[in-house]
Design a protein around this ligand. Structure first.
Ligand code: NAP
Length: 461
């Protein structure tokens, strides 16, 4: 297990909840659900936990389950190659070669930070950094701060910066739809109850899971989506009095087309006198600020990119060589495809966690990850039981899976909602999200499907 960056030219990566340590970083899925099913945590202090608590939870699990000693820290993976003779993967790292019969890539879908190629971006003389590479050594108090982006990360850190900075200029390209966040601290007796009442934790988790699955319907039912959109409009009207600002903040696409954000703090922060929301497009970056296409120069001391990630173009893809020597990037041609979102034709014994079309917009990603890991476990059990050295999905099985996903996708607001989002890849396909209830994904990948795979028997010793 390698805990580091995939390719050698990027900064080291250690995971979502280590990298994303920006002020206000938290999860917008309730913690009782955003936790692993086999490691319930009665000690959550809030309904929606902040990054330090989630990170501590994950580190504690890694320790308690004996994972930590298995992790090779600071190993930068440079390439992985399938060896058709030995039927093994060879993984080259900056600290030598590792070989194994199975390779699981769990490098995350939202790990490759995007700094947009805005003309002049190198010219800025002040501190500049991406939200997932927050430079905590840069003091922001009393500074003029420029922020590009209004996605899930920015809406969390902007309210934290606003009270301390001199000015905050927020460059908005597309406004998000925002719903209220029902966050609160747990009382002592509630935490005691979760600790001592058998089954309470599981019950709470089940209720949250079920309510989240119901919200999935809004992503493919226009009428239901309109109801949700009305809630978002009401939320904005409650928090923003200025009609001009409200107009600037109102999206022109259907709710759900881009990720729906949840916060009670973002709109109030934008109404403060030291904040300006700029929705004129950026033309270029200059040494002391950002120039918009109307010619206005917005001065700043610090520039923060809340500009997201590139999940449709995984940084690992050009480094993984399959059965014929070609890479995942070659096989995908700009649009990721896999069988069960996990295995790829031409790449035996390779498993992708958070692979193509396994992302979700309405519930806990951990549910999908656990479903995929169950799939991997059932595959490995089948291989052991049937003395198999290698498995690989057939081209036909993979194509059937992808066609089914694509057909379901046509009904979804993500492709029909009139927006441009990171869910869509360069070819215009949504190769990131799962277009159905999450329990359906789990049902479908639960068991290894031998008929959908080429099976290579182990040679007798
Ligand atoms: P994001 O949602 O992709 O937002 C990026 C923002 O940057 C968008 O507003 C985008 O505008 C803007 N942008 C990008 N390039 C730009 C350019 N050249 N000029 C102007 N604006 C530009 O990224 P994120 O906020 O980091 O969130 C990414 C994902 O991480 C989320 O969708 C979510 O899945 C996950 N996340 C989750 C949580 C959580 O609580 N669970 C918290 C944070 C992040 P456009 O909209 O016009 O493209």
């Amino acid at each position: 297990m390698f805990a580091t960056s995939w390719c050698s030219n990027g900064p080291l990566r250690w995971g979502t909840w280590r990298d994303n340590a920006y002020p206000g970083c938290a999860c917008d899925v309730p913690s009782r659900l955003y936790s692993l099913s086999f490691a319930p945590n009665a000690d959550w202090t809030r309904s929606y936990s902040a990054q330090p608590e989630i990170r501590a939870y994950l580190e504690r699990i890694a320790h308690d389950w004996g994972i930590t000693p298995l992790v090779r820290l600071e190993h930068t993976v440079q390439a992985a190659r399938w060896d058709a003779e030995s039927l093994r993967w060879h993984v080259d790292t900056n600290r030598g070669r590792f070989s194994a019969s199975l390779l699981v890539l769990a490098t995350g879908a939202l790990s490759d930070a995007v700094i947009p190629d805005i003309p002049g971006h190198d010219a800025f003389r002040g501190a500049a950094f991406h939200s997932s590479q927050w430079d905590h050594t840069v003091p922001l108090g009393g500074k003029r701060v420029l922020v590009i982006g209004t996605g899930a990360s920015a809406i969390q850190f902007v309210p934290r910066l606003q009270p301390t900075v001199a000015t905050l200029t927020l460059f908005q390209r597309t406004p998000p739809w925002i719903l209220p966040r029902h966050d609160r601290a747990y009382r002592g007796w509630e935490r005691a109850a979760y600790q001592h009442v058998p089954g309470l934790e599981q019950l709470a988790r089940g209720v949250i899971y079920a309510s989240r699955e119901v919200t999935f319907l809004a992503f493919r039912n226009v009428r239901l989506a309109r109801v949700v959109q009305r809630l978002a409009v009401r939320h904005m009207h409650r928090q923003v009095n200025d009609p001009v600002l409200r107009e600037v903040l109102t999206p022109d696409y259907a709710i759900g087309c881009k990720r729906i954000l949840v916060t009670n703090e973002y709109y109030p922060a934008l109404t403060q006198s030291n904040v300006s929301v700029v929705n004129t497009p950026i033309q270029r970056i200059v040494h002391d600020g950002v120039v918009t296409t109307d010619g206005v120069r917005h001065h700043g001391d610090v520039l923060i990119y809340g500009t997201g990630f590139r999940p449709t173009d995984p940084p690992l893809a050009p480094f993984v060589h399959g059965r014929d020597g070609g890479t995942l990037a070659d096989a995908w041609g700009g649009s990721m495809r896999a069988h069960a979102g996990t295995t790829v034709h031409g790449f035996p014994n390779l498993f992708l966690v958070s692979g193509p079309n396994t992302g979700i917009g309405h519930t806990s990603q951990l549910y999908m990850i656990e479903s995929q890991l169950r799939h991997v476990a059932s595959t490995v059990a089948h291989m052991r039981e049937h003395q198999l050295a290698a498995i690989e999905p057939t081209a036909a099985a993979q194509q059937r899976w992808v066609q089914d996903v694509d057909a379901r996708m046509q009904r979804m607001v993500w492709v029909a909602g009139g927006c441009r989002s990171w869910y869509l890849d360069a070819t215009g396909r949504n190769s990131t999200l799962w277009p159905d209830f999450t329990f359906r994904f789990r049902q479908r990948v639960q068991r290894f499907d031998a008929a959908a795979h080429h099976l290579t028997p182990r040679l007798a010793a």
